[in-house]
Each structure stands twice: as structure tokens, then as C-alpha cells.
Design a protein around this ligand. Structure first.
Ligand code: NAD
Ligand code: TDX
Length: 339
């Protein structure tokens, strides 16, 4: 194992989004000597409310675009590390309009890498298991760090492109980088466009949940808190230039997850609508995270999905003011797509 890296000042891009804000809460709670500068453009997916109430001497919000090289010149010098979460993150949006995905996910990553190169800053890149494409339902295989890249959607292809930039900046310029590719996250602060929050908030609204295709697509669910602890372990203990897969053995098909949500609301198990499938819909994702566990001693703590889901449902019930403003426009967009 490498020496432990102990950053004191970090930039978290996308720290007002779902996973980024959960990471900021995690760092504030678990690492009291670390100062966080959140860099976030506050797109439709980001809200300053996600980090409201955190101590102002520990967390500073800079509203801006990761593509803005001049802004990066102002905030990057002097920090120890950048942890890069900012992205356009939703597959369905990338199918409707890929352009913002190219800009933020590819060009934005390039600008951050260049800023890190100019100022010799350690860089951690948050990516997704979707870069590996999909697996068949009857295939016993899971993704490993050696699985070839085979992305399917505009979203996942831009994430794959950004991973490649990071690898090139390490090999060519010797930039101190690590990459993590994580499976599907769930938990508080997830936008209502995503599968689990969409169905929970539909049920709160008395609307039938919507299932794509045949509902047999498998996702490997991990609680976002476990994603945060894994990213911290990789940032501080990971080997330079290495990729680590993050997952918590949470494979479930969409129909099973939806039925668990319906049950929690006391609804019959078939009380949902089948809707148009996503074009190019990946069949199954599955992560083998043994490298991360073996090399860095990481273990997930929130592995009881039923408890995690119940807590998530409770969070959406208690925080209607947080998600309500986005709900009508999100559903209008889905309706226009036949979903
Ligand atoms: P999200 O859409 O909830 O949040 C993205 C955040 O990035 C928002 O706060 C948004 O305002 C900000 N942002 C977007 N464009 C920006 C720009 N140009 N400049 C600055 N800020 C910008 O996304 P998420 O689900 O929290 O995903 C975060 C990261 O984790 C992404 O890189 C995603 O690819 C990766 N990831 C997500 C999952 C998942 O299950 N959601 C799984 C694996 C990896
Ligand atoms: O209404 C729905 N009905 C439905 O059946 C929605 C919104 C989704 N689905 C299906 C599609 C997927 O099989 O549920 C599954 C999960 O869908 P999403 O929440 O859109 O997630 P996914 O496409 O799997 O991607 C997520 O995980 C990997 C994140 O959005 C990505 O950012 C991350 O990289």
C-alpha cells in the first residue's frame, strides 16, 4: 500500500448534486481537519440546499462551471486535491440531447486535468460502471478493472472518454490521479428523474410508478454513504494511476426494486404502468469490488437494502419541499417521451 495522503484543502466539483453533496457531508462529519470548496454550476440537478447548514468555516460554495479555465485559475492554486463529481448524469437526458454531456463530461474533465497539471494538484475522478457496457442476465461474470470499455449511451460514452483523458494525463504528464467506477447509488438528495426517487415521489403523489421495457434489467445498488467512504479511501490510500471499482454486491432487477417500494407504500405488487423502453437500455451491471476491499481495506456498511430503501422513502416523505419544485417538469419531460 502507498503512503497515506492527508489532504487539508480539497475542491469537490458537483458538490451540490446527489452523490457530491453526500460526499461533502461525509467529509465534514468524518474528517474535521479538511476544508472543502464546492465548485458547482447549479444546473437543474444541483441545489445549494443540499449542503445548507454545514459550517461555513469548513465548506465554501463557488458557483461556476468546470469548463471555465479562468475561474479554475482562481480557485485551484493552493488546494491539495480535486475530487471530481460534476457531470451531466442522466442517461435519458443524454439520449434526448447529448450536447451538454460532451461539454461538461469531456471538456470539463479536460479543463480540470489541465488546472491540476499547472498547479501539481492530486486528482480523483468519479466515474461509473456504465463505461463497461452491459452483461447478459444469464452471465455469471461481473465487471473488474480489466473489463474492456464498451459504453452504450451518450452519457456513458462521455464518461468513458473522460476516464481515458485521466489515464492519458497520468501516463503522459505524470499527474497524480486515481479513478473510481461505481455502481448505481441510492439515498437522500437524489433527483426525482432517477428510478428510485421517481417511483417514491409518484407514490406519494398517488401516481402509478413507471417501469421500462420488461423490468428485468439489473442494477447493482449501493448506498451513497458507502460510495463516499470508498472515494475517501481511494483518495487517501489509492495507488497513483490506478482504477478501483466500487460496489456492494447489491444486484437486483428493476421489477424487484419497484415491488419493494410498492410494498412499503402498502400498494398491490402490480400497481404500476409498463412504459416505453429506453433506447439501447443496458441489461445488467455487476461490480466485482475485490481489488478495493483487498488493497485498501474498504467494506460497505449499508448492505441491508430493505433498511436503506426504508430510510430513503422516509427521507422523501420528510423532505417534500426539497423535491416538489422539480417534480412536475420532470414528469412532463417523461410524458413527452412516452415514459
Ligand atoms: P447529479 O446530476 O445529481 O449532480 C451533478 C452535479 O454536477 C450537480 O450539482 C450539477 O449542478 C453539477 N454540474 C453539472 N454540470 C456542471 C458544470 N459544467 N460545472 C460545474 N458543476 C456542474 O449527479 P450524481 O448522480 O450525483 O453523479 C455524480 C457523479 O457520480 C457523476 O460524475 C456520475 O457520473 C457519477 N456516478 C453516478 C452514479 C449514480 O448512480 N448516480 C453512479 C456512479 C457514478
Ligand atoms: O422511470 C423509470 N423507470 C425505469 O424502469 C426510470 C427513471 C428508470 N427505469 C430503469 C432504467 C434503469 O434500468 O431503472 C434503472 C435505473 O435507471 P436510472 O435511475 O436512470 O439509472 P441508470 O440509467 O442505471 O444510471 C445510474 O447509474 C449509473 C445513474 O443515473 C448514472 O449517473 C450512473 O452512472
Amino acid at each position: 500500500m502507498s503512503d497515506i495522503f492527508e489532504p487539508k484543502r480539497i475542491i469537490v466539483t458537483g458538490g451540490c448534486g446527489f452523490i457530491g453533496s453526500n460526499f461533502v457531508h461525509h467529509v465534514v462529519r468524518e474528517h474535521p481537519d479538511v476544508h472543502v470548496t464546492v465548485l458547482d454550476k447549479l444546473t437543474y440537478a444541483g441545489s445549494p440546499e443540499n449542503i445548507a447548514g454545514l459550517p461555513s468555516d469548513r465548506v465554501e460554495l463557488v458557483v461556476g462551471d468546470i469548463c471555465d479555465a479562468e475561474l479554475l485559475e482562481k480557485i485551484v492554486p493552493g488546494v491539495d486535491a480535486i475530487v471530481h463529481y460534476a457531470a451531466e448524469s442522466h442517461n435519458d437526458n443524454s439520449i434526448a440531447d447529448p450536447e451538454p454531456f460532451l461539454r461538461t463530461n469531456v471538456e470539463g474533465t479536460y479543463q480540470l486535468l489541465e488546472a491540476c497539471r499547472r498547479h501539481d494538484v492530486r486528482y480523483h475522478h468519479v466515474s461509473t460502471d456504465e463505461v463497461y457496457g452491459d452483461l447478459a442476465l444469464d452471465d455469471p461474470a461481473r465487471f473488474t478493472e480489466d473489463t474492456p470499455y464498451h459504453p452504450s449511451s451518450p452519457y456513458s460514452s462521455t464518461k468513458a472518454a473522460s476516464d481515458m483523458l485521466v489515464r492519458a494525463w497520468h501516463r503522459t504528464y505524470g499527474l497524480r490521479v486515481t479513478i473510481s467506477n461505481c455502481s448505481n447509488n441510492y439515498g437522500p438528495y437524489q433527483h426525482v428523474e432517477k428510478f428510485i426517487p421517481r417511483q417514491i415521489t409518484n407514490l406519494i403523489d398517488g401516481v402509478r410508478p413507471k417501469l421500462y421495457g420488461d423490468g428485468r434489467n439489473v442494477r447493482d445498488w449501493i448506498h451513497t454513504e458507502d460510495h463516499s467512504s470508498a472515494v475517501w479511501a481511494i483518495l487517501t490510500k489509492g495507488r497513483m494511476g490506478e482504477t478501483y471499482l466500487i460496489g456492494a454486491d447489491g444486484e437486483r432487477d428493476n421489477l424487484t426494486v419497484l415491488r419493494e417500494i410498492l410494498k412499503a407504500f402498502g400498494r398491490p405488487e402490480d400497481d404500476f404502468d409498463w412504459v416505453r423502453d429506453r433506447p439501447g437500455h443496458d441489461r445488467r451491471y455487476a461490480i466485482d469490488s475485490s481489488k478495493l476491499r483487498r488493497e485498501l481495506g474498504w467494506e460497505p456498511k449499508h448492505t441491508d437494502f430493505a433498511t436503506g430503501l426504508a430510510d430513503t422513502i422516509a427521507w422523501y416523505r420528510e423532505n417534500e419541499a426539497w423535491w416538489r419544485p422539480a417534480k412536475a417538469a420532470t414528469e412532463a419531460r417523461y410524458r413527452a417521451q412516452g415514459q
